[in-house]
Design a protein around this ligand. Structure first.
Ligand SMILES: *Cc1c(COP(=O)(O)O)cnc(C)c1O
Length: 391
């Protein structure tokens, strides 16, 4: 059996260092907002080439607080891809704004600048490009568009730490960016965590305030805030793992390269790298018109896979139960419906976001993590070959 992911292998190699880091925090008895978090913030700001990094409780909190900090609120529209993890859109709803879903590019699964431009209206306030699976979105063109139209740019880099576009790291192209330290992400905590990256002093100050009850010092609360801090235990663990991130990313890239050779010639869509892009392969995601049959055949052959993601974001049931009035398809009038069935959400997604809908039917992620052994990569490829012959 080859697992889709196995974090115990990662931990086995660094167990002593993780325990030392955890013991250091325990002995200090400082668990919230201390030296570990500050050090991690400095280290990640340097990695992304930005002036500020602010540790928060999750990637979702990073997006939510960043949106508020760049000025997004009720009445605003925010452009986001129709195909991503749900948080790239649900956080827009959390701050009272309206997600405007734009279809994705078939090759990179990312927003494409032309489609984004067509979705801009006088209410548009911000754009959230997602560097999905670890491949950078065409962020130079989207950043130029944001500048031209005076829009805020918030990068969702939750899956893409270490990825670069034209040699420049993702996360430093706009007003703010979010990272997630969900355990399975390329840099994963032993729990939840996230980070806001920004070059803007005002955005950094606002996020620091929002993560800590709107605190202005000495129990003066300047605005409504949250309990959304990264804790010291997670920060200490993340600092240990950060020391290995470069090698782990190189290992992921080698696995992807190996798959590219071994899977060549099969009736599969393989992930590529756009010129100028450095992919960090958070996920190695292929596509096949009979995805479910392929996944079943691989499971029978002992290979773990996963689907990221089976439902286009605007077709999620959450947007059918009382939230459909906040969803807007690019270039369409605002829907006034109070609710919609899942079937009708799916049908309308098919018409409005055909590439997102197709991706949701066809994508399948194969095992791709740094500790996956060479012979396992070969066994996965052999199993995919056999599975393709069977279906
Ligand atoms: C993981 C993820 C998030 C949210 O991060 P959490 O830490 O799980 O809250 C947001 N966007 C994308 C694209 C993600 O993959």
């Amino acid at each position: 059996m080859i697992p889709f992911i196995d974090l115990t292998r990662q931990h086995a190699g660094i167990r002593a260092d993780l325990l030392t880091a955890a013991a250091r925090v325990l002995d200090s008895a400082r668990f919230i907002l201390g030296g570990e978090g500050e050090a991690l913030e400095r280290e990640l700001a340097a990695l992304a080439g930005v002036r500020h990094a602010i540790g928060v409780a999750s990637g979702t909190d990073a997006l939510r607080l960043a949106l508020t900090a760049v000025g997004v609120g009720p009445g605003d529209e925010v452009i986001t891809p129709a195909f991503s993890f749900v948080a790239s859109a649900s956080t827009i709803v959390m701050v009272g704004a309206t997600p405007v879903f734009v279809d994705i590019d078939r090759e990179t699964y990312a927003l494409e600048a032309g489609a984004v431009e067509r979705a801009i209206t006088r209410r548009t306030r911000a754009i959230i490009p997602v560097h999905l699976y670890g491949h950078p979105a065409p962020i130079d063109r989207i950043a130029a568009l944001a500048r031209t139209h005076g829009l805020a740019l918030v990068e969702d880099a939750a899956q893409a730490i270490g990825a670069t576009h034209d040699g420049r790291p993702v996360g430093g192209w706009g007003d703010a960016a979010c990272l997630s330290f969900y355990p399975t992400k390329n840099l994963g905590a032993c729990g939840d965590g996230g980070m806001v990256l920004t070059d803007r002093d005002d955005v950094a100050e606002r996020v620091r305030r929002l993560r800590h009850h709107g605190d202005g010092g000495r129990y003066r609360h300047l605005e409504l805030g949250y309990t959304a801090r990264l804790d010291e235990l997670q920060a200490a663990i993340l600092r240990v793992k950060l020391g290995h991130l470069g090698a782990w990313t190189d290992a992921r890239r080698r696995i992807a390269e190996r798959y590219r050779t071994l899977l060549a010639g099969l009736p599969l869509g393989l992930p590529g790298e756009r010129p100028g892009a450095r992919h960090v392969y958070h996920l190695y995601t292929v596509r096949h018109p009979q995805r479910d049959a392929l996944a079943k055949a691989l499971a029978d052959l002992g290979v773990g896979t996963a689907v990221h993601y089976p439902i286009p974001v605007p077709a999620q049931p959450m947007f059918g139960v009382g939230l459909s009035e906040v969803v807007r398809a690019a270039g369409r009038p605002r829907s006034r419906r109070r609710s919609a069935s899942e079937a009708s959400l799916g049908e309308s997604a098919e018409r409005r976001w055909p590439e997102a809908s197709r991706a949701a039917r066809e994508v399948l992620s194969l095992p791709c993590f740094a500790e996956l052994r060479d012979e396992e990569v070969e066994a996965v490829a052999a199993a995919v070959r056999r599975a393709c012959e069977r279906i």
